[in-house]
Design a protein around this ligand. Structure first.
Ligand SMILES: NC(=O)c1ccc[n+]([C@@H]2O[C@H](COP(=O)([O-])OP(=O)(O)OC[C@H]3O[C@@H](n4cnc5c(N)ncnc54)[C@H](OP(=O)(O)O)[C@@H]3O)[C@@H](O)[C@H]2O)c1
Length: 165
């Protein structure tokens, strides 16, 4: 099972200036719970935005750079290679961004774990459209904003209608 994990605003916005757009500790906690113990695949820019390997997960970072090395992560030259390594390691694999990587993997994954943030924010990176012809929303849990989480948001699970072969 390969799953994309993403938090997006109402216009599918996910980032600006190589940063996230919101501060939602409940979402970060959920992200940690979902991904801990499993391989996570990300683009080089997302890795640099996080700034360190995420603990207790194999961090697989995709880059075309030949001369780049970082302690504590596995660097691969293509998405195909990333998926191959990750699938060998575990039955549950997570693709965690960013926009470039989501665009190239949405047609390759089985499930989407979306945090739908109820806000319209200025952004330069967006998630692709989730086509209802392809994706079925199977679960939704909503949370209201509070003193820690600055916007309302819903956790949504989408399953592919026609399974990948
Ligand atoms: N809201 C969310 O859930 C979420 C999650 C993650 C990230 N984000 C946001 O998304 C933004 C970053 O996304 P982004 O689209 O700019 O960058 P990205 O997808 O994180 O990384 C892009 C980089 O990945 C490498 N890459 C992409 N495709 C490749 C391929 N086919 N083969 C080999 N390497 C490949 C390249 O690295 P090289 O240039 O090194 O070759 C490319 O520059 C940030 O604002 C971040 O905060 C949001």
């Amino acid at each position: 099972m390969v799953t994309i994990v993403v938090a997006m605003g109402l216009d599918n916005e996910i980032g600006a200036d190589n940063q996230l757009l919101w501060h939602l500790p409940t979402d970060l906690k959920n992200f940690k719970e979902i991904t801990t113990g499993h391989p996570i695949i990300m683009g080089r820019k997302t890795y640099e935005s996080i700034g360190r390997p995420l603990p207790n997960r194999t961090n697989i970072v995709v880059s075309r750079r030949k001369d780049w090395f970082e302690e504590g992560i596995l660097i691969v030259g293509s998405i195909k290679e990333a998926l191959k390594f990750a699938k060998k390691m575990d039955e549950e694999v997570f693709v965690i961004g960013g926009g470039d990587i989501y665009k190239q993997t949405i047609d390759l994954v089985d499930r989407l774990e979306v945090t739908q943030v109820k806000a319209n924010l200025k952004a330069d990176i967006f998630f692709p459209k989730i086509s209802p012809k392809i994706w079925n929303k199977t679960q939704e849990t909503c949370h209201e904003k509070d003193d820690k989480n600055e916007f309302d948001f819903c956790f949504q699970t989408f399953e592919r209608k026609v399974k990948l072969v």
